[in-house]
Design a protein around this ligand. Structure first.
Ligand code: PRP
Ligand code: URA
Length: 218
């Protein structure tokens, strides 16, 4: 793969962002010795580096633009973007997306994974009113069993979202299979597909509990 270009390899509907900067940042934050401030910074940088791949097929329209010297033409995005972090850990992925998509609106969806049943328990939802006309990007660092991602998309579709994509940092094969089964038309973007899940639903090798590492709650 050539260096210096942002490449995403497509595996089915899963796009794996293989850029060396992404992979090096990911390796750094996987390490248990990576302290909280560094973990947050790395996650923010990875999120920003993933944005070109996640948005590569967004539609633009031609507009005219007046430079100080003459009138020329350029483009603007056709649709509004709505970033949807799954609380809490999704917040750690939000700033990097927001850096490159500053006009995006934010929908928040609160889902807590029950550590016994591994089922997502909804506790919060606040979305802008324009879901149907917008490009909705659901973001969460971890796709483990897939339950939270499936539930988040379900809620957004119930509220009218039609153009959805899902972006995460680390995905498990089990989570990908569950998500693709439920939402085959929603593309997944990830920086890594790991080996699998342990008996507590944690991704291996993974990076541990993303929310706890982000917010110091371990
Ligand atoms: C984590 C993670 C995902 C979810 C993934 O969140 O951020 O949202 O688990 O697991 P799943 O694919 O098996 O559903 P968690 O519910 O632990 O909450 P937190 O973000 O508040 O830590
Ligand atoms: N949530 C996390 O934060 N990490 C995992 O490995 C699985 C779920």
């Amino acid at each position: 793969m050539p260096h210096g270009t942002l490449r995403a390899w497509v595996v089915g509907v899963v796009h794996v962002v293989q850029h060396p900067l992404v992979q090096a940042e990911l390796t750094g934050l996987r390490c248990r010795s990576c302290p909280g401030p560094e973990f947050r910074q790395r996650l923010r940088r990875i999120a920003a580096l993933m944005v070109p791949a996640v948005t590569a097929d967004f539609e633009t329209k031609v507009i005219s633009c007046e430079t100080p010297l003459e009138v020329t033409s350029g483009v603007e995005m056709t649709r509004r973007v709505i970033l949807t972090p799954i609380l809490r850990a999704g917040l750690g992925f939000l700033d990097g997306f927001f850096d490159l998509l500053p006009d995006a609106a934010i929908a928040h969806i609160g889902l807590a994974r029950n550590e016994e049943t591994l089922q997502p328990e909804p506790y919060y939802l606040k979305t802008p009113p324009t879901l149907a006309d917008s490009e909705v990007i659901v973001i969460d660092p971890m796709l483990a069993t897939g339950g939270s991602a499936v539930e988040a998309v379900k809620r957004l579709v119930e509220l009218g979202a039609t153009r959805l994509r899902y972006a995460c940092l680390v995905a498990s094969p089990e989570g990908i299979a569950t998500f693709e089964d439920a939402w085959p038309e929603v593309p997944i973007f990830t920086a890594a597909i790991d080996r699998g899940l342990n008996d507590r639903g944690y991704i291996l090798p993974g990076l541990g509990d993303a929310g706890d590492r982000l917010f110091g709650t371990a």
